[in-house]
Design a protein around this ligand. Structure first.
Ligand code: NAD
Ligand code: DAO
Ligand code: ZN
Length: 368
């Protein structure tokens, strides 16, 4: 039986308050669990959304964070796929290879730890973090805002130690989500015309996926002109700001640019009105729109059913349709082979007790 570890963590005590760096204890991994020394973590909107209190399912106190990179410190009984010293990325989309979902061959969703993960617990219904006499909840099966964390053996994947973990951590969410949505969920084909709404980390990674598939027109859309150079740098062929179209709608503009509409569109904004635009900018008869953005609680999408009757399709994608334990190492290989840009997404870096937090475009908000 391993020892309890005392370390630093960014604890979210209550909704709407900044996280505070605290000394916490992290219990040893139980059967089927892995304790990870977290070396790097990035920051995603979902962490901030939960911290804000706007997520009705958010519970406190909690250790947030789900885009991490670290080294296995110890393992519980029955853990065979990772060993002490392995470089790993925690997975908020688990892969057990045994449940109905995993065995279906139709989805990357997994049912194994779903219920307990949503409640901030380990799969046995208990927790491993304590601070000031209180137990802290886990988050998305990862809790990477801590120097040590404990995850299910189904929620972690070993990657080559040749990949720098301050970059590989970004594959734990945004990049894999966007790249996989284009290459797996949508399965963009050579010559397709595509449009990407919203150019954060996710949208930029969709662009990379479409470029890898040799899409013809890759039209990047954002209300922020500052995203234009980012998008063109990742492989977009055009940039459109929908607020600067002199009365023309973005749907009309895209239909005009692509001679009838796009083969594929992607929502990477989480805005339900944008989701509708993305669907309606699809080509009649065969265009497919993939929703990646997560809308705020209670929001609903709408369109005229005739849009679907006339052959446009609406679908969604979680974690890019990627099965983490089976497929994430391949994406790391693509990164090391220069096929997938990752380094450019690190825009801010912050050290916590000598360890670096690498982060994406939200870095400044985190530092507040
Ligand atoms: P981000 O905030 O960094 O990027 C969103 C971009 O959308 C911004 O550049 C913003 O200017 C742009 N935007 C906002 N309104 C717009 C509009 N009306 N038209 C065009 N562009 C608009 O976000 P991100 O980190 O890239 O994440 C994107 C979305 O994906 C979020 O909703 C996030 O929750 C979701 N997400 C989903 C998954 C999944 O598995 N499905 C995983 C990770 C993130
Ligand atoms: O299986 O019911 C389930 C939950 C799957 C989780 C999918 C998460 C997609 C969005 C995550 C937000 C970004 C981190
Ligand atoms: Zn499963």
């Amino acid at each position: 039986q391993g020892k309890v570890i005392t370390c630093k963590a960014a604890v979210a005590w209550e909704a709407g308050k900044p996280v505070s760096i605290e000394d916490i204890t992290v219990d040893p991994p139980q059967a089927g669990e892995v304790r990870i020394k977290v070396l790097y973590t990035a920051l995603c909107h979902t962490d901030l959304y939960t911290l804000s209190g706007d997520d009705p399912e958010g519970a406190f106190p909690v250790v947030l964070g789900h885009e991490g990179g670290g080294i296995v410190e110890s393992i519980g009984e029955g853990v065979t796929d990772v060993k002490v010293g392995d470089h790993v990325v925690p997975l908020y989309t688990a892969e057990c290879r045994e449940c109905k979902f995993c065995k279906s061959g139709k989805t990357n969703l997994c049912g194994s730890v779903r219920a307990t993960q949503g409640q901030g617990q380990m799969p046995d219904g208990t927790r491993r973090f304590k601070c000031k006499g209180k137990e802290l909840l886990h988050f998305m099966g990862c809790s990477t805002f801590s120097q040590y964390t404990v995850v299910s053996k189904y929620s972690v994947v070993a990657i080559t130690d040749k990949a720098p973990l301050d970059k590989a951590c970004l594959l734990g969410c945004g990049l894999t989500t966007g790249y996989g949505a284009a290459t797996k969920t949508a399965n963009v084909q050579e010559g397709d015309n595509v449009a990407i709404f919203g150019l954060g980390a996710v949208g930029l990674a969709v662009i990379q996926g479409c470029k890898a598939r040799k899409a013809k027109q890759i039209i990047a859309i954002d209300i922020n002109d500052g995203k234009k150079d980012w998008a063109l740098g990742m492989g977009a062929t055009d940039f459109v700001n929908p607020t600067k179209l002199d009365g023309k709608s973005i749907v009309e503009k895209l239909i005009e640019m692509t001679d009838g509409g796009c083969e594929h569109t992607f929502d990477c904004t989480g805005n339900v009105h944008v989701m509708r635009q993305a669907l309606e900018a699809c080509h009649k008869g065969w265009g497919v729109s993939t929703i990646i953005g997560v809308a705020a609680a209670g929001k609903e999408i709408s369109t005229r059913p005739f849009q679907l009757v006339t052959g446009r399709k609406w679908q969604g994608s979680a974690f890019g349709g990627v099965k983490g334990r089976s497929e994430l190492p391949g994406l790391v290989d693509d990164y090391l082979a220069g096929k997938l840009t990752v380094d450019d997404y690190v825009t801010h870096r912050k050290a916590v007790s000598g360890r670096l937090l690498s982060s994406n475009t939200l870095g400044e908000e985190f530092e507040k």
